[in-house]
Design a protein around this ligand. Structure first.
Ligand SMILES: [Zn+2]
Length: 171
């Protein structure tokens, strides 16, 4: 599930301060609290917030912040969030079952707060960590893929050719 959050960042006497908000309107209300010093500024913010013309407001704020050397910004961020659980007791029971059924130390690990995604069928997916050994990764030590049939011993074609040439020099 994608969520959008808005952050407000500004320089304050205590350093850079950032807050996150669930709605663009809320973010601009927060910016108003921090930014507005005069009745005219408050009025301008209120008008734009009521209209939802945030881009215009931000232009005005950035011009003002450039002029004064204050720095303010409002940014939107899209995050891929897990579906919030509606039943923590059920989730906990699924985690317990997942751990007893699948957990295998050093191979499959399940966090005590693992995400549980309930399916349409009678069950759920429980997030797990699986260990992958470097030897199973299809990359040569140089970083190139080693599974195109050109190399050997885990080396890519180029590194394998170099190794072969070095070997030939020895003979
Ligand atoms: Zn290589």
């Amino acid at each position: 599930m994608n969520l959008t959050v808005w952050t407000v960042t500004s320089d304050t006497d205590n350093g850079v301060e950032t807050t996150a908000h669930g709605a663009e309107r809320e973010a601009y209300e927060e910016l108003k609290k921090r930014y507005c010093n005069t009745a005219a500024e408050v009025a301008s913010f209120d008008r734009h917030i009521a209209d939802g013309t945030f881009a215009e407001l931000m232009d005005w704020v950035s011009q003002a912040s450039d002029a004064t050397g204050d720095h303010f910004s409002v940014r939107s961020h899209t995050i891929d969030a897990a579906e919030p659980s509606v039943d923590p007791v059920l989730d906990e029971a699924y985690r317990e079952a997942a751990i007893s059924e699948y957990a295998d130390e050093g191979r499959i690990e399940i966090d005590s707060n693992a995400v549980v995604s309930h399916g349409d069928d009678n069950g759920a997916y429980v997030a797990a960590w699986v260990w992958v050994d470097r030897d199973d990764v299809p990359l040569c030590a140089c970083g190139a893929r080693n599974d195109d049939g050109e190399g050997f011993d885990g080396m890519c074609g180029v590194c394998a050719d170099k190794a072969e040439a070095a070997e030939a020099l020895k003979d």
